[in-house]
Design a protein around this ligand. Sequence first.
Ligand SMILES: *Cc1c(COP(=O)(O)O)cnc(C)c1O
Length: 374
Amino acid sequence: MTAHSSSSPGAGPEPATGGSPRLRAALDGLPAYVPGRAGAATGRTFKLSSNENPYPPLPGVLETAVAAAGALNRYPDLASSALIAELSEYLSVPADHLAVGTGSVGVAQQLVQATAGPGDEVIYAWRSFEAYPIVVQISGARSVRVPLTADEEHDLPAMAEAITDRTRLIFLCSPNNPTGPALRRDALLAFLDRVPSDVLVVLDEAYREFIRDPEVPDGVEVYRDRPNVCVLRTFSKAYGLAGLRVGYAVAHPPVAAALRKTAVPFGVSQIAQDTAIASLRAREALLERVESLVAERSRVAEALRAQGWTVADSQANFVWLRLGEATADFAARCEARGVTVRPFAGEGVRVTVAEPEANDLVLAVAEEFLAERS
Ligand SMILES: *Cc1c(COP(=O)(O)O)cnc(C)c1O
């Protein structure tokens, strides 16, 4: 671009020709979020690649969504007041400790925006949720990835060692996507005691409703006396509203207020707000579905172990097979049987637990796969 010409006052810089707009270097080489593939168009197929709830919305919940669609000409309630009030009662937390967003991924991005920029560091386990590196890189901060243990769990002592005076935020994914284990009480509290009070710890509990291990604490109890802990929850998994994009944070007022400041105005639609409320009110029926998925999770994990697989203890709605170099081959075999799973190249395959019929197909592929290799 040329300098402002003094012979044409007020004309502004000469327009550049050719090139394209200058974009932030932080976007260079940004990893793409890989959505779980949809199944092939022909025959009976099962999508076990995105940890979605396999069951469609309950009738009453769907009616609420359809009714809200009748007011699509209007902007939604900016403050999501009715949903916040419902959550406040359900969780027994003050309304000013809550913030909703466009899925918990949206809230996670806001938390990074609110705390970290160039020169700052964000710590998380790896492999973990694939959105973390993306939102950190966009912010201009640096990712500090701490490898999982051999048991596919967060290495909390190593994560504590990784804290520096540049650390601004730490993501803890419990249960960990894609490997499954959740953080137990003693280890989590010991870790939190080592984190400086000015570093935000984000406990991502996207799969909270699937946890059955009594040693795993409820994040909402953990955050209460810890001002630097924020809990993320979502309606996308157990509540089956992945397509509506609504999640929330439970945090102390300064953090919750920062989330209101960084929110895209009107990001959460009225359909999402109303349907989330209807889902909370229908939770007895929804949690029965979760119970059946948890039973299937146990059945699948035990069957895999009986076949000879090593399967980490999953407290979520998926199981993880560390296949290494055989990852792509295994995923292709599942695909050939009408089941789409989520491969992580060279590492392993994450398989969502779904309807028994779909789970049985995966078990059949897994058994054949081992038989051919022995
Ligand atoms: C699925 C998932 C989410 C939820 O994402 P939404 O944006 O709420 O749909 C958040 N964290 C983890 C670890 C997940 O697996």
